[in-house]
Unconditional design. Structure first.
Length: 447
C-alpha cells in the first residue's frame, strides 16, 4: 500500500513538473512533437501542401539556424515509433547512446524526444563524452561532461514533446563517436526510439551517467533511445544538409558498426566545405502513409517539418522517399499522388528559402515484392522527377545503381543481396555521386 501511494505521489509530481516545463522550455528551445500522430489523411496533406511536424500542429519553439548563433547539426536520428517490450520505460537505468559526428565544434547540445508517449518523461541526469573506441561504452579520458537543462541537472520532457539541453563545453571532432547518456529514474511511458541504428548502444543499472568506464554497461541493443539530435557550436560552418529518406538512407544492407551509409560517404566529402550531414531516414518509411505500429515512422509529408526543417542550421534538403509507397501494402498505384507528395516537401522547404535536392526511386526488380505493375508506377514517378518539376536539383540514383542489362534491377556489385538495398559499394557510389555544388545556396522563399 505504501508503494502504491508512493507511485501515485510520484505520478502527481511528474504531472505538475511537466506543466511547468512546457512553459519553461517554450522559451529555451523545447519543440512540440505533435504526440506522434498524423492528423488528417495523407491525401489531404499531399494535396494541400500544408506545413508538417506532428500532423500540422505548430511547434512550441524552434532550433535557431547557424546564421543566428552558430549552432549546426552534426548528428540526428528521426523518431520512428515506440520501443516494444518496455511500456513504462527503462526505469532505474542509464541509457548510453553511441552516435557518429559529421562536423566538429567547440561545444555541444543534445535534443531528447518523448514524441510517442502520453506521459511525462523524467530525465534524472545526463552526460556527453567522446567515445574511447568502438568496442565498448567507455569514454575517452578527460571528455566526460554533465549535461544540464536550464542550469538544472534533471528535466521533465513533456508528453509528445522534446527538450534541448544547455551548451556543454567539449571539443567535438568531426567523424568521431560520442556517448550521450541519460538516466531515467521513474516510469515514463513508452520509449521513443529509432530501431535500425546499425550501431550498438548500451544500458546499465542505476545512475551511471558519469561513468568513464563502460564496465557497467552490460546490456546492448542496436537502437537509439530518446536522443534525436546533437548540435555543435561552429562559427565557420555553413550549416547542415538534412536527408529525409527510408531504409536506403537509414543504411540497411551496409556493414554493421562501420558507418557506411551513403550519407556517411557524403559527410566525408562535404566536411571541407563546412557542412554537416544529418540522416533523417527511417527504415520502411512511406511518403504518404504513417507506419507507427511497426516502428516505420510517421509519413514523410507529416514529419518533414519536425525532422528536417527544424534542425539546427539547415542549409539544404535532400529527399530520398517514395519507393515504400509503391512496394509496401497497401500499394500506391497512382504515380501522381506520389509526385504530389514530393512537391509538397519542396514547397515546405521553399517557404524557408531552402533548396531541395531529390533522387529518383532506385531499382527493386530483384526483390520478391516486384511486379510489372509496380515497376510501371516507379517509372512514371522517375519520369516526373527527371522532368525537373519536382525538385530544384535531381540526383539520378536509379541510373547510377541499375544494371544496364536489366534496368529494373540493381547492379550485382551494388546489391546487398535482397534486390532492394544497396551494398557497401552501392552506398559508397551514391555518396560520391552527389554534386557538392547542388547542396550549397538558397532558393527564393515562396511565402
Amino acid at each position: 500500500m505504501n508503494r502504491q501511494r508512493g507511485f501515485a505521489l510520484l505520478a502527481g509530481l511528474l504531472a505538475v513538473v511537466a506543466l511547468v516545463c512546457v512553459t519553461i522550455f517554450a522559451g529555451v528551445g523545447a519543440l512540440g512533437g505533435g504526440g506522434g500522430r498524423d492528423e488528417g489523411s495523407s491525401d489531404q496533406a499531399a494535396a494541400s501542401g500544408s506545413g508538417a511536424g506532428g500532423g500540422g500542429r505548430t511547434p512550441v519553439g524552434s532550433v535557431a539556424p547557424a546564421s543566428a548563433d552558430a549552432w549546426v547539426g552534426t548528428w540526428a536520428a528521426a523518431p520512428a515509433g515506440i520501443e516494444p517490450g518496455v511500456p513504462r520505460g527503462h526505469v532505474g537505468r542509464s541509457i548510453r547512446n553511441v552516435v557518429h559526428t559529421s562536423i566538429g565544434g567547440t561545444a555541444a547540445r543534445i535534443t531528447l524526444s518523448n514524441l510517442f508517449s502520453r506521459e511525462a518523461l523524467l530525465i534524472g541526469r545526463a552526460s556527453v563524452a567522446v567515445a574511447q573506441h568502438k568496442e565498448d561504452a567507455g569514454a575517452a579520458a578527460g571528455t566526460m561532461r554533465p549535461v544540464t537543462f536550464g542550469k538544472r541537472t534533471s528535466v521533465v520532457v513533456p508528453p509528445g514533446g522534446r527538450v534541448v539541453s544547455d551548451p556543454v563545453r567539449l571539443q567535438v571532432a568531426p567523424d568521431t563517436d560520442l556517448l550521450v547518456t541519460v538516466y531515467t529514474p521513474a516510469p515514463g511511458g513508452p520509449v521513443t526510439y529509432h530501431p535500425r541504428a546499425l550501431r550498438t548502444s548500451y544500458t546499465a543499472l542505476g545512475d551511471r551517467t558519469g561513468d568513464v568506464s563502460g564496465t557497467a554497461y552490460i546490456e546492448r541493443a542496436p537502437v537509439w533511445r530518446y536522443l534525436t539530435a546533437v548540435d555543435v557550436l561552429n562559427r565557420q560552418a555553413r550549416g547542415s544538409v538534412v536527408v529525409i529518406g527510408d531504409s536506403i538512407t537509414d543504411g540497411i544492407g551496409s556493414s554493421y558498426e562501420a558507418d557506411r551509409r551513403w550519407t556517411d560517404t557524403l559527410a566525408d566529402r562535404v566536411r571541407g566545405s563546412g557542412l554537416g550531414v544529418l540522416n533523417a531516414g527511417i527504415s520502411g518509411n512511406r511518403l504518404l502513409r504513417q507506419s507507427l505500429a511497426d516502428g516505420k515512422g510517421p509519413s514523410g509529408v507529416s514529419r518533414f517539418g519536425r525532422d528536417v526543417l527544424e534542425r539546427a542550421g539547415t542549409e539544404a534538403v535532400f529527399v530520398e522517399l517514395g519507393i515504400n509507397d509503391i512496394i509496401r501494402r497497401p500499394h500506391e498505384r497512382d504515380a501522381d499522388r506520389i509526385t504530389a507528395g514530393l512537391k509538397n516537401l519542396t514547397r515546405q522547404a521553399h517557404a524557408r528559402g531552402l533548396r531541395v535536392v531529390g533522387s529518383t526511386l532506385t531499382p527493386f526488380g530483384g526483390n520478391p515484392r516486384h511486379t510489372d505493375e509496380l515497376e510501371a508506377v516507379r517509372d512514371r514517378v522517375n519520369d516526373a522527377i527527371r522532368s525537373g518539376e519536382v525538385f530544384d536539383r535531381t540526383v539520378d540514383f536509379d541510373r547510377l545503381l541499375r544494371d544496364p542489362y536489366a534496368p529494373d534491377r540493381l547492379r550485382p556489385e551494388y546489391d546487398s543481396g535482397d534486390g532492394l538495398h544497396p551494398s557497401d559499394a552501392g552506398y559508397r557510389a551514391m555518396g560520391r555521386f552527389v554534386k557538392l555544388g547542388d547542396l550549397v545556396g538558397k532558393e527564393p522563399a515562396q511565402l
